[in-house]
Design a protein around this ligand. Sequence first.
Ligand code: FES
Length: 88
Amino acid sequence: MKTKPVIEICMGSSCFSRGNSVTLEKVENYLQKLGLAEEVELKGRLCTGTCSSGPCVSINDTSYTHVHPDAVEDLLRYHLETRHSEAL
Ligand code: FES
């Protein structure tokens, strides 16, 4: 059984207020648009103490910092449509 790709979005107050509230919406919309909502595990996570590098997002085992909401679709495309498409 294949494991699902995992997207973790920091929901701590710093990351959330500096962009992850919008990033969450963009990720949800992207997954819906491509019919991937059931194929990907989308999780919120608590603050990990790296707020100064936020907003923080992880996709599979890769952590991203300073993630602007406008950049998240590029990250999703990279992980879900190209590099890791075999994981779906
Ligand atoms: S709020 Fe995201 S790392 Fe602290």
